[in-house]
Design a protein around this ligand. Structure first.
Ligand code: TXA
Ligand code: MG
Length: 381
């Protein structure tokens, strides 16, 4: 690695990938770009290496890691069986932002990867650097998102360094992550239906397009999560920052992806999601709450959609960030985590975010926003 720890892969510099692959083979940890977010990789067969990943992230050991492969044929070695429906999904969306949870084969992966479960989540990322790295390493690569546990996932190499410099072997810089949110995690249930354990880059509509809407389990986790958060916080509560601790557990949820029970992706300030029957109501409510917070001495932040800007008074918050147009949720997905980090840089202590509709990528955006907000929803009526 260079002095900065940032390895620059380019056409002329395949060396960085070769060097990173060697680090993985030797039991080191290396962060690398994927199409979703940056991952922190380790040889998934090597317990010491996997433990180093948990340690660098400060991640609870009961939260299993996703195993990344560069070729679907690598799956046979890792799992004992592939349900035909899972095969159809992998055919359709690999390489891509889809993680499939399958019964793990004994004796290949470190049991730290699976957190002792009898299943493993596997995905083949759609990113040339990730694929080249995994191929060159010649091993299955366990990789959670390369952030400190509880911080927004990294969509740039600089985010990785912000969180993990000094704790990892290095990071391959592949520029900005294209999708910006993590993969969709699915598991085919015994009844043959597809359970969505975590919404992500592959939408429910995309899943339904290949397996049929009737094959999607009736109660996706995301619905439970949103329902569980109905109790809104007092709107101008002073920042209950300790709620955002990495290990804070929301007891009301019974998620099947173990990671979903932790408060994630949190900015350092207090965050609330504002929803309502019309954009103008949302804007009015948010503007008045922000004004009150500002008078209270809070450093305010507002996360909105571009077309709603005219609905607000001038300078509604000290830091106003846009997720782009509501009509292109890809843009919102791509910029969400960087925006949460920007609020931190701005020192924001009281942040409001506009809700978006639960369709397409909006499901994953709302899932992450709700987690970042620790379930604080403000109903503007
Ligand atoms: O897009 C992504 O998936 C990124 C990139 C780096 O590939 N990775 C990622 O990993 O988001 P991580 O560790 O931050 O999230 C993995 C999620 C967690 O919610 C975890 O609980 C769930 O997948 N998961 C992993 N293995 C599982 C299993 N065997 N059963 C159920 N859930 C599992
Ligand atoms: Mg993560």
């Amino acid at each position: 690695a260079s002095d900065s720890g940032v390895l620059q892969p380019s056409e002329e510099n395949k060396l960085a990938i070769v060097e990173a692959a060697a680090m993985l083979r030797e039991g080191g940890t290396v962060a690398f770009p994927t199409e979703t977010v940056y991952g922190l990789g380790a040889d998934a067969r090597n317990t010491a290496a996997v433990e180093a990943v948990f340690a660098a992230k400060g991640r609870p050991s009961d939260n299993p890691l996703i195993v990344h492969i560069a070729d679907p044929s690598a799956l046979d070695e890792l799992v004992t069986e592939v349900h035909p429906t899972a095969a159809v999904l992998m055919d359709a969306y690999w390489p891509g932002p889809l993680t499939v949870v399958l019964p793990v084969r004994e004796g290949v992966l470190s049991s730290c990867v699976t957190a002792g479960l009898d299943t493993v989540g596997v995905r083949m990322p759609d990113h040339p650097v990730a694929l080249a790295l995994i191929s060159a390493a010649g091993c299955p690569v366990a990789a959670p998102s390369a952030n400190r546990s509880g911080r927004p996932s990294p969509t740039l190499a600089s985010h990785v360094m912000e969180d993990l410099a000094g704790y990892i072997g290095g990071v391959l810089d592949g520029g900005a992550a294209g999708v910006g949110l993590e993969s969709t995690v699915v598991q085919v249930q015994p009844d043959g239906k597809v359970a969505v354990l975590r919404p992500g880059g592959i939408t429910l509509e995309q899943l339904a397009a290949v397996v049929g809407a009737e094959a999607i389990a009736a109660e996706p986790v995301v619905v439970k999560e949103f329902g569980a958060s109905a109790a809104a916080e007092a709107p101008v509560a002073t920042a209950p920052k300790e709620r955002h601790g990495a290990e804070a557990v929301s007891a009301s949820l019974a998620p099947r992806a173990p990671g979903m029970k932790y408060t994630h992706y949190a900015p350092r300030g207090w965050l609330g999601v504002v929803s309502g029957s019309s954009p103008q109501r949302v804007a009015d409510e948010a503007a008045s709450l922000l004004q009150a917070a500002q008078l209270n001495g809070e450093v305010t932040g507002l996360l909105l959609f571009e077309e709603h800007k005219p609905l607000y008074p001038a300078d509604p918050a000290a830091c106003v960030l846009s997720l782009g147009s509501l009509s292109s949720p890809e843009e919102g997905a791509r910029s969400l985590y960087a925006a949460l980090r920007r609020f931190d840089e701005a020192g924001a202590t009281y942040i409001l975010a506009e809700a978006c509709p639960y369709t397409g990528l909006g499901v994953a955006i709302m899932n992450r926003l709700m987690k970042a907000a620790g379930g604080s929803v403000i109903d503007a009526g």
